[in-house]
Structure formats: C-alpha cells, structure tokens
Design a protein around this ligand. Structure first.
Ligand code: NAD
Ligand code: MG
Length: 384
C-alpha cells in the first residue's frame, strides 16, 4: 500500500473544512491530517484535533483554554505561525479553506515552499492571481482547484492538448433570489439571503451566490487557473447545480462534469488527485426526472456579476478592488448596516474611486487592500 498523503487543512472549522473532514473519514488509509487552523472557533478546532489526533493546530486569536488541547498537539497563533503551518516540511498538500483575502498569505507560503495546494479559497487568486501563479510556477507546486466549477474544468481538461481548448462555461444556481421579482430585491432580509436553494455553505459565499459576486470572483479565478481572457469565459444559470462547468473545444464539442450539489465530490477529487476512489456520497440517480436547463443570467438582477467582469477586463488592481469592496459590503449587510441591493452600489462606488495601479509585491498588495477597504467603509457610512 502506498504511503498516506499528509495534508494541512487551513480553515478546518468552516463549511469546506467540514466537507474535507468527511473525505478524510472515508479515506483514513489514504490521507493523514498533519495540521489544522481556525480563526476563532477554539472548541470546534479542539474537537477536530481530538478526533483525528492532529499534531499541529493554529488559532487566529490567542487561545483561551490552551491546556484543554492534548499535549501531543503543538498549538500556535499569529499570522507568521499560520504561514509556517502552511509550509510545514512534512506536508504533501495544503487545503486552503479559509474565507476571504486572508487566504492569500498562507496560499503563497505553501506554494513558495513547493507544497501542492488544494484551493477552495477563490479570493486569493482574485486578489493576488499573478503572485500566486508565479509562486507555483517557480517552485513547481501545483494548484489543484477545489471550487466545484474549477474542479469540473480541471477534470474535463485532463488528457486534452492546451491548443484544443476554446472556452469555458461556468454554471451558477442563481442563488436565493433567482426567482424573486427584481423590484422586491430591495426588501430582502439577511435570513433570506442565507437560504441557498441547493448548497449548504458558509455565510459569505452564500450571500455572494445571491448577488452572483461569487460567479464574478470565479470568472477571475478561472482566468488565473486556466489562462483564459474574459471573452472565452461564459456564465449560465443552471438551477439544479448538477452540471458544475463545461469546456468547449475548438472542434465544437463540449464536455461537462456532473455530480450532486455537495462539495465532497470536488474536494475528494482534488485531494486524492490523480487517483479516483469510492466517493463519500451517492452519485446521481438518472432514473429521477433530471431537468438540466441552462439560461443566460439577467444583468439587471445581478449587477455584481457585471462589475466583476468589468474589473477583470480593467485588470491591474481592479479585481483586488472588487474583492475588497465586496468583502466590506457583505460584512456591512451581515451587520444590518446596509440593504441587499446596496452591496453592488458600494462595489461600484469604490471601484469608481480607484486609480489604475498594479501592486507588485505582497506588501504593496496588502497596503492597497486596506486602503480600498477604508474607501469602501466611507461609502458604507455615507449610505447610513
Ligand atoms: P466558512 O465561513 O464556513 O469557513 C471559513 C474558515 O476560515 C473557518 O474555518 C474560519 O475559522 C477560517 N477563517 C475565517 N477568517 C479567517 C482569517 N482572517 N484568517 C484565518 N482563517 C480564517 O467559509 P466556507 O464556506 O467554508 O468557504 C471557504 C472558502 O471556500 C471561501 O473562499 C469560499 O468562497 C470557498 N468555497 C466555498 C464553498 C462552500 O461550499 N462552502 C464552495 C466553493 C468555494
Ligand atoms: Mg463555486
């Protein structure tokens, strides 16, 4: 039997973290958990450490009850220690399941150390796509996409020549308000925005799905992963979330990847890549009445998608600006400071104030990111 793959799971207490742990429970003979991290959920982290006997754990905040962790576990906190865990000598793979641009530093640390990265954290590519892809190229480490659409494309492209690829098509569920009359969007509540029709996910990505900022971030993510220009990437609304993405080849043929709407499929595929093994959950049942419809998204309903496309076309710091403004706006919506439709207004107003510059280093990028967040905060305050 081959050696177990040792992996570090950053963001272990979140939704992607939980799905990754389901894959580990299914394949304890193939995978070994070397380290885990969480931002604040100390008890949940301790439960995970206990269940899987994890030797290294990291908490974003300083631990309140460190003595409750087993003495066999090294417990750390602070961002430099998170980067150290992400680049641990013994790790074969690092799963980045952190939410938001906080995923960038650890992703870079892992890639710089030559560690393969299973990437769920799309924001790191949106914010630092150039730095991240260069780090992978220099060290020879692989970025294996775990976002379901990008994992689907990764699967469809296996064994194909680069020159054969024409374009990609990302599917989107349309989120919580796909069927709501547009004039009612201004009255929706946070609770309603958190009800995704198909997927069970963390709060930020669920709200991003309702605005389709998520699909916008995914277009930018796909640009960096697959090297495609904006004109070669389409988005279609596909309500059942069964076809995760499609690839169109130059001969006109399209390939699609299908599986039920649960992240265990993409995560197992990425984590055990290039091997395939029995899945955590049942495959699709084609004897049921599957309706695989595809329709173009309505621009009026999803202004965030247009803004994301615009930021990708502008390039430079604009995708970073889109992401920073979106993170600030989503936080403000979650704190009841703004209404749902104002999320796109805040992104738009923030991007309009942005000068076209390109941050070249991680420090320049962090500085610009915090400046843009300040601008977005000012816009939020001006609406109150
Ligand atoms: P979540 O909110 O459920 O979990 C986030 C995790 O990141 C938690 O473990 C939290 O402790 C940690 N974290 C939060 N802020 C942090 C910080 N500042 N520093 C370090 N760690 C921090 O989020 P999620 O839904 O699991 O999403 C994680 C990422 O995966 C996001 O980028 C999301 O877009 C992407 N993604 C999620 C899904 C899904 O089904 N949930 C699907 C595709 C892609
Ligand atoms: Mg996705």
């Amino acid at each position: 039997m081959s050696r177990r793959k040792k992996f570090v799971l950053l963001g272990a207490t979140g939704s992607i973290g939980e799905s990754t742990l389901r894959v580990l429970r299914k394949h304890p003979d193939k995978l070994e958990l070397l380290g885990v991290s969480a931002n604040q959920q100390e008890e949940k982290l301790r439960t995970i450490v206990h269940e899987f006997q994890v030797p290294h754990a990291h908490l974003g905040t300083s631990p309140k009850n460190p003595e409750a962790f087993s003495s066999a576990t090294t417990l750390s906190s602070g961002s430099s220690n998170l980067n150290a865990l992400a680049s641990h000598d013994d790790a074969d793979v690092v799963v980045v399941a952190i939410v938001g641009s906080a995923g960038l530093g650890p992703t870079l640390a892992a890639l710089n150390a030559g560690k393969d990265v299973v990437l769920a954290n799309k924001e790191s590519l949106v914010v630092g796509g150039k730095l991240v892809t260069e780090a992978a190229r220099k060290s020879g480490a692989r970025i294996i996409p775990a976002d379901s659409e990008h994992n689907a494309i990764h699967q469809c492209l296996l064994g194909q020549e680069d020159r054969a690829l024409d374009s990609i098509i990302l599917t989107a569920s349309g989120g919580a308000f796909r069927d709501l009359p547009i004039d009612k969007l201004k009255d929706v509540s946070l609770e309603q925005a958190l009800q995704h029709p198909n997927w069970s996910m963390g709060p930020k990505v669920t709200i991003d799905s309702a605005t389709m900022a998520n699909k916008g971030l995914e277009l930018i993510e796909a640009h960096w992963l697959f090297g495609l220009p904006p004109g070669k990437m389409e988005v279609v609304i596909h309500p059942p979330s069964i076809v995760h993405a499609m690839v169109r080849f130059i001969d006109g043929c399209c390939l699609a990847q299908l599986s039920p709407p649960s992240m265990t499929f993409a995560l197992q595929n990425a984590l055990l890549f290039p091997e395939r093994h029995h899945g955590v959950e049942k495959s699709l049942d084609f004897s049921a009445n599957l309706n695989l419809s595809f329709t173009p998204p309505c621009e009026q309903r999803y202004p965030c998608l247009r803004l994301a496309k615009q930021s990708l076309a502008q390039g430079g710091c604009f995708p970073l600006g889109f992401n920073a403004a979106n993170e600030v706006a989503v936080d403000a919506f979650r704190m009841n400071r703004i209404g749902f439709v104002q999320i796109s207004n805040i992104i738009d107003a923030t991007l309009n104030k942005l000068n076209a510059i390109e941050p070249l280093t991680i420090d320049e990028l962090h500085l610009l990111d915090s400046q843009i967040r300040e601008t977005a905060e000012t816009v939020v305050n001006s609406l109150n």
